[in-house]
Design a protein around this ligand. Structure first.
Ligand SMILES: Nc1ncnc2c1ncn2[C@@H]1O[C@H](COP(=O)(O)OP(=O)(O)OP(=O)(O)O)[C@@H](O)[C@H]1O
Length: 273
């Protein structure tokens, strides 16, 4: 196996912009990034640095006025030939997006259907996107709930009966129902209190341990990266300014901007070193 086969994703010269009345605004500026299979990669940077834009571009969920202006994204799903994600279309894209790439968007806790029991929400996704597993739903749902630390009885509940942290964990469980290669989680702990944040981070770590899934975790909070990720990529004004082992970066940041991000959370910064 060559070294690049270990990379589940490779972004090369990715350039994304938004068409505005003042012209094209660059949101991701020639980003090069390799994501290793089975790793937890953090994307750090302040609000507006381009993290979400990079994520939606690689998930092919970018909407106008956003536009990919250049580059390539090689994706190597475990059961399929490598593809350039920027070139796939139609059914091939839909299959890849559901079966191989999963997305937990920012604020996704509010995306559960309020009038459907949790079990039916799992069933909907499985029947639509993994019909071969339809007969397993009754056994699968409690297993998936357990995986994220929730009791089987939660399956019979409605979203309004659940806390924000529980809803976030249900969405993570729905994500893994389809056994994707990669899960992209955008600000998975934002708006949750600190104790719940720790539970969510632990559940994400467990998903990687138990399923070998690759996780890309976007967070403006370096504390999240310190607690969870193996490597971190730091974005500043659309550019990836630093990528490396999270402990190394906390110990010896190479870029002034990275240092300021770490200094903004001194207590957690110390915890990681
Ligand atoms: N629909 C849009 N139209 C024009 N510009 C946009 C649009 N969406 C994002 N941008 C710009 O693109 C840049 C990157 O935004 P992006 O949301 O990707 O950053 P981010 O790091 O994910 O921040 P946040 O965490 O606040 O979402 C910013 O300058 C933003 O103003």
């Amino acid at each position: 196996m060559s070294e690049t086969d270990d990379n589940v994703l490779e972004l090369s010269g990715l350039e994304v912009g938004y068409a505005t009345s003042e012209g094209m605004v660059t949101a991701v500026d020639k980003a090069d990034l390799a994501v290793r299979r089975g790793e937890i990669l953090g994307i750090a940077g302040e609000s507006g640095s381009g993290k979400s834009t990079m994520a939606v571009a690689l998930l092919r969920l970018l909407k106008p006025p956003g536009r990919v202006l250049g580059g390539s994204i090689t994706f190597r799903p475990k059961d399929k030939a490598p593809v350039d994600l920027l070139k796939v279309q139609g059914q091939q894209l839909r299959t890849l997006r559901w079966s191989n790439l999963s997305y937990l968007p920012q604020g996704s806790m509010n995306s559960l259907n309020p009038v459907m029991r949790i079990k039916d929400q799992f069933a909907d996704v499985i029947i639509e996107h993994a019909p071969a597993r339809r007969s397993e739903i009754d056994q699968l749902v409690p297993r998936l709930l357990e995986q994220v630390g929730l009791e089987p009885r939660v399956a019979r509940m409605y979203p309004h009966e659940l806390s924000g942290g529980m809803k976030q964990r249900i969405l993570m469980a729905i994500c893994i129902a389809l056994e994707p290669d990669v899960i992209v989680a955008d600000e998975p702990t934002t708006a949750l209190d600190v104790t719940i944040q720790r539970v969510i981070l632990q559940s994400l770590a467990d998903l990687r341990r138990d399923f070998g899934v690759t996780l890309i975790v976007i967070s403006h909070d370096m504390g999240v990266h310190a607690q969870l990720v193996d490597r971190v990529a730091v974005m500043y004004e659309g550019k990836l300014v630093e990528v490396g082992d999270v402990r190394q970066i906390f110990k010896d940041p190479q870029h002034e901007y990275t240092r300021s991000l770490i200094d903004s959370i001194p207590s957690i910064g110390k915890e990681a070193s």
